[in-house]
Design a protein around this ligand. Structure first.
Ligand code: NAD
Length: 421
């Protein structure tokens, strides 16, 4: 597939493809499967007219990409952000394919996005946008086709509107058409914290494998939303000093450890870390270079790149965001002996509990939070072991090991299904 003229390092789909090529070559993947798996199955672009509170109209552009459905319905979040673009959605959809295969849940990969700035829209406008986007996709999504979930700029209220709109179109309540819904509307206990919790499970097993002590360790988190905020809170509860966190507005630092619950309160009240108590504001651009043992990028793509990878001081990176590290940065980090647990493994706690939510909705029987957490841990720990073994056996890093495991599984099921002609 041709990649449009964005520079290679900043194009997430090209970043996905370059790792895919390396892993496919190591696996000896046949040419035909290489062609099939390197392209998205389906891409949908929709125009979304919305009546604004001012009375005027604005037409937004939305996407949904289904990368691969060999293992089951497509699965992946919906992003509402001003910089959404088709290459990003394609990359995010493909990462979902490999991620679902790495944790071995019966889904393919999908992703959606709408180019908009939710901070500049009222709740009513966001609801209208969500419902019209869902209506436009109604024939393409569904429990057995493609199951959306939250991502940057979307939340459980938006998932409830998606479920309601889909249900109205089908004349019955279909809770399993989307995950990340509120409790009582088909939501699962443990889903909101699942991605951050999964990061902690992975941090512990990876620290043990690479012999990095947790005692007296320091962590740094980029992004303070669902994933970063939960991760920071859990690190704080584990007794690891979180010395810096950041959001889109600023980064804050305290070498003795931040008061994370106070920062979460402040952010809830003001929607920003600006003016947060008991810390210094530091430039957001150099936040990732501050001294720490563990670095959790949990914001957006390409944050660790060839410009800053040489100055990262962490011993272990656990990728909360999707695609936070560029291919060039991977090489620099590897040369410097910095371990990185890749997104398609580290942040898979979200899709794992989304899978549980889908299962519970289809059964109409809901599990306790302890059961959700226990089953999530079991899957994540097993996946880490399988990825680490694959990497070791093939003398490669964890990212390529994870791609190899994911691609091998999707290729296997594609061969078993055969090609419908
Ligand atoms: P969110 O909208 O809840 O939070 C995003 C946070 O990142 C906000 O605090 C925002 O201010 C901050 N941010 C954005 N750009 C930034 C920048 N350049 N520097 C510092 N901070 C910045 O989104 P989320 O759901 O937490 O998702 C974050 C990342 O995790 C995304 O890459 C997403 O794809 C990935 N992810 C999310 C889930 C999930 O369950 N929500 C699951 C897997 C992966």
């Amino acid at each position: 597939m041709s990649v449009p003229a964005r520079d290679q390092e900043s194009n997430p789909f090209e970043a996905m493809l370059s790792r895919f090529r390396v892993a496919a070559e190591k696996l000896g993947l046949e040419d035909g499967l290489f062609e099939i798996l390197s392209r998205p199955d389906t891409e949908i672009t929709v125009s979304i007219p919305v009546q604004l509170d001012s009375g005027g109209y604005q037409v937004f552009t939305g996407y949904r990409v289904q990368h691969n459905r060999a293992m089951g319905p497509a699965k992946g979040g919906i992003r509402f952000a001003p910089d959404v673009n088709i290459d990003e959605v394609r990359a995010l959809a493909a990462w979902m394919t490999w991620k679902c295969a790495v944790v071995h849940v019966p889904f393919g990969g999908g992703k959606g996005g709408v180019i908009c700035d939710p901070s500049k829209l009222s709740q009513r406008e966001i609801e209208a946008l969500t419902r019209r986007y869902t209506a436009a996709l109604c024939d393409f999504i569904g429990p057995e086709q493609d199951v959306p979930a939250p991502d940057i700029g979307t939340n459980e209220q938006i998932m409830a509107w998606i479920m309601d709109t889909y249900s109205m179109h089908h004349g019955r309540t279909v809770t399993s058409c989307v995950t990340g819904k509120p409790l009582g509307l088909g939501g699962s206990l443990g889903r909101v914290a699942a991605t951050g919790r999964g990061l902690m499970t992975i941090l512990k097993v990876a620290a043990e494998r690479f012999e990095i002590p947790l005692n007296n360790s320091k962590a740094l988190v980029q992004g303070f939303g669902n994933v970063g905020g939960t991760a920071a809170q859990l690190l704080h509860e584990m007794g690891i000093k979180v010395v810096s966190v950041s959001d889109i507005h600023t980064a804050v630092y305290n070498e003795n450890g931040l008061d994370i619950p106070a920062l979460l309160e402040h952010t809830k009240a003001t929607r920003s870390l600006v003016g947060a108590p008991n810390c210094d504001e530091v430039p957001r651009e150099s936040q990732l270079e501050l001294p720490c043992d563990f670095l959790i990028p949990a914001a957006t793509e390409n944050q660790i790149n060839s410009k800053n990878a040489g100055r990262i001081q962490a011993k272990l990176i656990i990728e909360g965001a999707n695609g936070p590290t560029t291919d060039n940065a991977d090489r620099i980090l590897e040369e410097r002996g910095i371990h990185c647990v890749p997104d398609i493994l580290a942040n898979a706690g979200g899709v794992t509990v989304s899978y549980f939510e889908w299962v519970q909705d289809r059964l109409g029987y809901f599990w306790s939070e302890d059961l959700v957490n226990e089953r999530q841990d079991e899957i994540m720990i097993r996946a880490f072991g399988e990825v680490a073994d694959m990497a070791e056996k093939n003398n490669t890093n964890l990212r390529i090991g994870a791609y190899m495991l994911g691609i091998e599984r999707v290729a296997h099921y594609t061969r078993l299904r055969g090609l419908y002609a």
